[in-house]
Design a protein around this ligand. Structure first.
Ligand SMILES: NC(=O)c1ccc[n+]([C@@H]2O[C@H](COP(=O)([O-])OP(=O)(O)OC[C@H]3O[C@@H](n4cnc5c(N)ncnc54)[C@H](OP(=O)(O)O)[C@@H]3O)[C@@H](O)[C@H]2O)c1
Length: 247
């Protein structure tokens, strides 16, 4: 690869973000390099200075490259990668500022980004990079809450998953994380009960149209109301609830 790289650098915890040259990365085993065509900015990226250093990424080494969400084309493939090939259009979760990684080459905010191949997915040809790029962190967050064994530990989504007769309550289902939680839970065969403002009811219903719905109104967010309704259906098991309201 003969091209040059450029990144949005954070030189020190309280420095301003600045664009500057960056090494052209090479993929390690199990990794790919992606030419970024779109990145997404999440609220966590906007936490600044002291708060970021003290509460969000206290372990982060500097200079750092932030950013978790990237979509683009695979330009290099590391040893052992069989799921992706050069030229694939992908979206992926960049882990540069994760505690276990702490590596500028793996941050999303640069032209060439190193991704773990198993944290990237091939995009359908009709899906725009700018549409796909909003998914990785939100999907990951929703999936962690629903499926990790130390969270709700629910069954994973599967093609053709049958109805389980169990219910998941998604509190704040119109949010970015919540709308992904609805679709993941439905994909795993759970019935979903959701809360959202009235102006978002059609949106939330459209995410789970394969099943019947109960959508509570935002004006009914008193903590007792939705859970007490969700527990009142005879013959239905509760599987858990995910709370995703905006901070
Ligand atoms: N986005 C991510 O990738 C990400 C990653 C990690 C963690 N999180 C956390 O996940 C939560 C949701 O973030 P998000 O980015 O998905 O949110 P978002 O997309 O910005 O959600 C905004 C929506 O939240 C709803 N809302 C606002 N106040 C609420 C309240 N008091 N109770 C319930 N819902 C409320 C409103 O929808 P209605 O008008 O329809 O109620 C609003 O339109 C936040 O706590 C965030 O810190 C997000």
């Amino acid at each position: 690869m003969t091209e040059t790289n450029e990144a949005l650098w954070l030189a020190s915890p309280r420095a301003a973000l600045r664009v500057g040259p960056a090494p052209v990365p090479r993929p390690g085993p199990g990794e790919v390099v992606v030419r970024a065509r779109a990145v997404a900015v999440n609220p966590v990226d906007a936490v600044s200075g002291f708060a970021r250093h003290r509460f969000v990424y206290p372990w982060l080494h500097h200079p750092a490259v932030l950013g978790t969400d990237v979509a683009g084309e695979v330009v290099q493939v590391g040893a052992g990668v069989t799921s992706l090939a050069v030229g694939d259009r992908v979206a992926g979760f960049a882990t540069g500022q994760e505690r276990f990684r702490n590596s500028p080459a793996h941050g999303a905010f640069q032209r060439f980004v190193v991704l773990a191949a198993d944290l990237a997915t091939v995009l359908p040809s009709q899906t725009a990079f700018t549409d796909a790029v909003v998914l990785p962190l939100a999907v990951s967050t929703a999936a962690a809450g629903l499926f990790q064994s130390d969270q709700l530990g629910l069954a994973l989504p599967a093609a053709g998953a049958g109805e389980r007769g169990e219910t998941v309550l998604v509190w704040g289902a119109s949010t970015s994380v919540g709308s992904n939680a609805v679709q993941l839970a439905r994909g795993a065969g759970y019935r979903v009960v959701a809360t959202a403002s009235p102006h978002n009811h059609d949106l939330v219903r459209s995410l789970g149209r394969r099943t019947s719905w109960t959508t509570a109104t935002r004006t009914s967010y008193e903590p007792w109301w939705v859970p007490s309704r969700a527990t009142s259906w005879p013959g239905r098991w509760r599987s858990g609830r995910v709370r995703c309201p905006a901070p």
